[in-house]
Write a protein that binds this ligand. Structure first.
Ligand code: B12
Length: 351
């Protein structure tokens, strides 16, 4: 068996659902798309740089793309309404000591054993278009990368290597059923106007997580708060309704000890009050990618409480009216106004 096939076989043994190889050629369509969609400046910069692989890794000759299917994890029902599966899977830029980090370490050790010189991509490469060209994924109308027969609940990883591998055949552009627009209709943020066209600045995770870390933005615009529903970090709406993901959602699952432990403690009340140690035990291990500031999560908990229609939270919100942080106070006030208005109208679920 040649080196490329040995690497493919090893990746599959390690639990990656697909692997492919592609060239270092530019991915020009990415910046065109990002510009056309008037991406926030920060994301446009990422897209520009990330679509020129040779600028990121001048010495490299090929790109290896791996996909990991995170639908295998049994996500606790107590966490799913609040946090996107992608983050719960803690497989994106995984931390030391996690199963996802272990899988990547094992793959890297294998490359080293085979004498393959490599450099992991640190999020810079525009991985979806690279994965399409490597034959690993096709695009869904919701912008997501789909591994055929697996679905879109996949995390993608890229490696640059100085070895020159024969590129794989690109996958078909899109395999969605004709005329299906379930994903576009399901987006609570109305972030998708037309197929393959996500308005990144409206996407849930941009609004409730990423925008916070950019340019000191702390407040979530009032007009968007209702739309966030109960979500405190990302959302799966456009993937969960997709007919191509139903098999993955129903498959046999494996429990994740970290999630089990977090789910036994997690609640919106704790997220709002942030008792000692809660942030390090229950927030940081899964929501570590973009924001490292408890205030952002307290703010999001307040919004979720306001949107819950549950009068049980009125008391908790009142307790934070004197919080020294202005962002927390103003979002708590918004949530209280919303909930108390509903209490007066008799619309809440429990009083
Ligand atoms: C910045 C970023 C974001 C931004 C902007 C996302 C966006 N779509 O533009 C925000 C914060 C909003 C975001 C949100 C999410 N993200 Co994000 N994000 C990234 C990141 C770092 C860069 C993506 C980017 O800026 N792309 C620029 C745009 C223009 O390109 P693109 O979407 O990749 O590809 C489009 C165009 O290039 C064009 N295109 C290019 N070539 C071709 C060729 C053909 C034939 C066609 C039809 C189209 C086409 O169409 C593509 C689809 O619209 C990538 C990791 C990476 N380094 O690539 C992860 C990544 C895209 N995110 C990921 C995930 C999971 C999410 C969330 C689901 C998290 C959540 N649960 O809340 C959401 C959902 C977003 C969505 N519906 O796409 C995964 C996606 C995995 C998958 N199966 O697709 C990635 C790949 C991370 C990873 N390594 O696995 N994300």
């Amino acid at each position: 068996m040649d080196l490329k096939n040995r690497i493919k076989e090893r990746a599959e043994e390690l639990g990656f659902c697909k692997i492919g190889f592609t060239s270092m050629d530019d991915l020009p369509r990415v910046c065109e798309e990002a510009r056309r969609r008037e991406y926030p400046e920060f994301l446009l910069g990422l897209a520009e740089r990330g679509s020129h692989p040779r600028q990121i890794a001048p010495e490299a000759r090929s790109i290896i793309v791996l996909a990991y299917d995170y639908s295998e994890i049994d996500y606790p029902e107590s966490l799913l309404p609040y946090i996107g599966r992608f983050y719960l899977s803690h497989s994106f830029m995984p931390r030391e000591g996690t199963p996802a980090r272990g899988r990547l370490d094992a793959f890297e050790s294998y490359l080293a054993e085979e004498g393959v010189d490599f450099e992991p991509d640190r999020i810079q490469l525009m991985i979806r278009p690279a994965a399409l060209r490597a034959g690993v994924i096709s695009f869904g109308r919701n912008n997501f990368a789909y591994v055929d027969g697996v679905g879109s609940f996949v995390t993608l990883y890229g490696y640059f290597t100085t070895c020159e591998f024969e590129p794989d055949e690109p996958a078909p552009n899109c395999l969605c059923p004709p005329h299906c627009h379930a994903c576009i209709d399901a987006c609570p943020m109305d972030a998708m106007g037309e197929p393959f066209n996500l308005d990144a600045s409206k996407c849930m995770v941009w609004v409730n997580a990423l925008s916070y870390s950019r340019a000191g933005v702390r407040d979530i615009p009032e007009g968007l708060r209702d739309k966030l529903g109960l979500h405190v970090h990302g959302c799966d709406a456009c993937q969960a309704v997709c007919p191509r993901n139903q098999k993955a959602l129903r498959r046999e699952k494996t429990s994740d000890p970290l999630l089990e432990q977090i789910s036994s403690e997690f609640s919106l009340e704790k997220l709002l009050h942030m008792p000692d140690g809660f942030y390090q035990r229950c927030v940081r291990p899964i929501m570590y990618n973009y924001v490292d500031d408890p205030v952002a999560f307290q703010r999001n908990a307040a919004i979720a409480m306001g949107n819950s229609g549950d009068a049980r939270y009125v008391q908790d919100l009142r307790m934070e009216l004197g919080n020294p942080d202005e962002t927390i106070r103003s979002h708590v006030l918004w949530a209280l106004n919303k909930l108390e208005g509903q209490v007066e109208d008799g619309e809440t679920t429990s009083v």
